[in-house]
Design a protein around this ligand. Structure first.
Ligand code: RRO
Length: 304
């Protein structure tokens, strides 16, 4: 038996491929935990979850073609009470098939991040991904800031979470794509200086992309059509972010690559730039759960 196993943040994975946040939120239904545990995904990632339930943004909030996807989902999820009630069963289901359960959490304040992280750890999840990069929430007509672009805010959130769950907890921080390498290096320095951070997930979608249909109307109807861009078009950006982060972060901080991964070749490319594992969202949403076995056999064909 060949060994394709890897390790992120001290969590062993059978191979490097798992689903990304934004693709699985519930115990039952479409792309639910029950469905994902029947696939060869290396881990099950749920969320992002928030303290209070959210319906998500109204209207057409997802669009994909061959080269990219756009979404303005707006964090739809049943909220922390649902997860507190169900973490036990979720963990039992995933551990029952030998997979770890990861949860992506999204707060609106440092306190909310800490609360979500604490309840997740108490619920028995194997890794908490702090989503500091959601591009799609608006309040009173104003778009919320994306936390990871503000090094002082990143510092405050990490400090608050560390106080609540301790520096030994298994935590990854999900970042947006940065166009300014200077700010990315500052944020990397903050991550490096916080022992809580065992991994970085790079990258989230590129904020406020826009596309029109042939009649000139935006595909996305919420927020004037602005939406996060993912899919194949994001891959060179994701690889560049992973490579920069790998050069700045110490070896005890792992990188989980995400952005435009849809073939075995893409997994190999992310690993060659320094990722230890990878996540898929658009490929999974577009092609369904069979995508894991297809991509894994392509990956194995390449790496032997
Ligand atoms: O829910 C969303 O709109 C969303 C989130 Br939280 C995120 O982190 N990234 C994204 O593309 N969409």
């Amino acid at each position: 038996m060949l060994d394709y196993s890897t390790n992120v943040a001290g969590v062993k994975l059978e191979h490097p491929l798992m689903n990304a946040a934004g693709t699985c939120r519930l115990l039952a239904g479409d792309l639910s935990i029950r469905e994902l545990v029947r696939t060869p995904t290396a881990a099950v990632m749920i969320g992002s979850i928030t303290v209070t339930p959210r319906e998500g943004n109204p209207g057409n909030v997802y669009w994909a073609d061959n080269f990219y996807s756009l979404n303005s989902m707006g964090l739809p999820n049943p909220g922390l009470p649902y997860y507190e009630k169900n973490f036990h069963e979720m963990v039992a289901l995933t551990h029952g098939v030998g997979k770890p359960l990861f949860v992506s959490v999204a707060g609106f304040t440092p306190h909310e991040y800490a609360l979500l992280a604490l309840k997740s750890v108490k619920g028995g999840v194997d890794l908490v991904e702090l989503n500091l990069s959601c591009p799609n929430t608006w309040e009173g007509g104003n778009q919320n800031r994306i936390a990871c672009f503000y090094p002082e805010l990143v510092f405050a959130i990490l400090g608050r979470v560390k106080r609540e769950i301790g520096a030994d907890a298994k935590v990854s921080v999900k970042l947006a794509p940065f166009s300014d390498p200077g700010i990315l290096s500052e944020v990397a320095q903050v991550l490096k200086d916080t022992p809580l951070v065992k991994a970085v997930t790079a990258v989230n979608t590129f904020p406020n992309a826009f596309a029109v249909d042939p009649s000139g109307t935006s595909w996305i109807t919420f927020a004037d059509g602005f939406a996060g861009l993912a899919g194949t078009a994001l891959k060179p950006i994701g690889l560049g972010q992973v490579k920069q982060l790998r050069s700045w972060l110490p070896n005890n901080v792992d990188i989980i690559g995400v952005g435009g991964i849809s073939r075995g070749r893409d997994i190999v490319d992310y690993l060659s730039c320094g990722a230890k594992a990878v996540q898929i969202a658009t490929a999974l949403l577009e092609r369904g759960p069979n995508v894991f076995s297809t991509m894994l056999s392509e990956y194995i064909d390449i790496v032997g």
